[in-house]
Design a protein around this ligand. Sequence first.
Ligand SMILES: C[S@@+](CC[C@H](N)C(=O)[O-])C[C@H]1O[C@@H](n2cnc3c(N)ncnc32)[C@H](O)[C@@H]1O
Length: 230
Amino acid sequence: MAKAYDPRDRFWRKAKKEGLRARSAFKLDEIQRRFHMLRPGGRVLDLGAAPGGWCQIAAREVGPKGFVLGLDLELIARLPAPAETWVADAFAPDLPERLRREGRAPYDAVLSDLAPKTSGVRSADEARSLDLAGRALGLSLEVLKPSGFFVVKVFMGGDFESFLKQCRQVFREVRVVRPEASLARGSKEVYLVCREPRRIPESSTAPDRSTPESGVGPGGFLTPSRPGVT
Ligand SMILES: C[S@@+](CC[C@H](N)C(=O)[O-])C[C@H]1O[C@@H](n2cnc3c(N)ncnc32)[C@H](O)[C@@H]1O
């Protein structure tokens, strides 16, 4: 039998006790313990960052010489340095340019815990969620360093497999992770931990990594340019 949903479960209580703004912080904490993608002095972009739990974990890991930029449609209450926050839409067409101009891109890690407001219609919610993941993937290819990590939330089901395939085409290594804090809620969410983008746009540092097979269109955004990839 499925577990009863408990909004104040042990992760919620632990977050309160440790001064973390969201129980989801423990998801990133677990991923970090396994993959060590956040390193001292690193620069991190956190997409869908409100209320700021992931920013807190990322700031702890990169330390005072690092930088964390948390971005959300919602206002995020001020966080201490090295975290900075913007109210911004991940879909804003000028975002990559703004990140390079004012947001200290390129980054060592791009994180996405982006999630839509749920409508209750499962297929619509899954599709919207995948749109967000796709946008995060496109952005990551625009602003990641060649050695960078991309961590993205995706829901199993729907077009999950084709998204996974797309990530595998554009990153050298992709792992699928289901953190304990997601399991505890019986959630279908998983996180893809991707490292080393194969294609770096010209504005970044490694033009030799470009590959015409990536399925990524001009500007780094995903295009259904290969058979079987949507
Ligand atoms: C699950 S919450 C993130 C929780 C966060 N990781 C934390 O630890 O505090 C998902 C967030 O995605 C944001 N979001 C959804 N669509 C967005 C968009 N187009 N641009 C920016 N943020 C968006 C929502 O406003 C919401 O705050």
